[in-house]
Design a protein around this ligand. Structure first.
Ligand code: AMP
Length: 217
């Protein structure tokens, strides 16, 4: 199963991605997580990427495409994967569409901007895994601690309001064109999911749709 999940930052994309990967036994390929790991390792490249992320800008297509190509060669991607945060530009979208990688389905989460701002201010993330929590809506068992590893959670630099607004603007500016690229081809099932309600209900809706996709194959 080769999937893509689209959603504005704070649309619940990371959380839904976790559910999908667990249910279908596929790895999450998140370009944002990969970049944060490079930053955590330190060094010159990490510092450069950190600057870009802090401003809410995008890392170059060239670097992203090279990173993704390398990741797809790993063994765990042979049975399928879920792209999270990729593709994010028209060039990346066309790149994947014209590559040998056949995408089965795309899930697009729809959430209004005001809801996103409220959600992100309370978001806490476990950096090594990308697991996301919310202090009110999806709290960890112990405040500030990841349920699985017991490691600390962080409030990401790029979850600050000014950065969020910039990231939302960039997302809205590009998603229409990217959607067009994928809906022009009938081979890929495109699922638009209203995602401002209960996160378990949303997960069930996505799961039901994806099972249909598998069944149809
Ligand atoms: P995310 O965790 O997906 O919200 O990504 C965090 C940040 O990493 C984004 O705001 C971008 O600065 C950068 N980033 C992640 N994925 C991509 C991508 N596919 N293309 C360009 N920049 C990206």
């Amino acid at each position: 199963m080769r999937l893509i999940i689209f959603g504005a930052p704070g649309s619940g994309k990371g959380t839904q991605a976790e559910f999908i990967c667990k249910e279908f036994g596929i790895p999450k390929v998140s370009t944002g997580d990969m970049l944060r790991l490079i930053i955590a390792e330190g060094g010159e490249l990490g510092a450069k990427i950190s600057d870009i992320l802090k401003k809410g800008e995008l890392v170059s297509d060239d670097m992203i495409i090279r990173m993704v190509e390398k990741r797809l060669q790993d063994n765990d991607c042979k049975k399928g994967f879920l792209f999270d945060g990729f593709p994010r530009t028209l060039l990346q979208a066309k790149g994947i569409l014209n590559s040998a990688v056949d995408i089965d389905a795309i899930i697009e989460l729809e959430v209004a901007d005001e809801i996103i701002l409220e959600r992100l201010s309370g978001r806490r993330v476990h950096i090594p895994s990308g697991r996301a929590y919310h202090v009110v809506y999806n709290p960890p068992k112990t405040s500030g601690i990841d349920d699985i590893t017991g490691e600390s959670l962080v409030h990401r630099e790029d979850d600050k309001e000014e950065t969020i607004r910039n990231r939302l603007r960039i997302y809205r500016d590009t998603i229409d064109a990217i959607r067009q690229v994928f809906t022009d081809t009938s081979k890929i099932k495109y699922l638009k999911i209203k995602a401002d309600g209960d996160l378990y209900e949303i997960a069930n809706t996505i799961s039901a749709h994806l099972k249909e996709v598998v069944h149809l194959d």
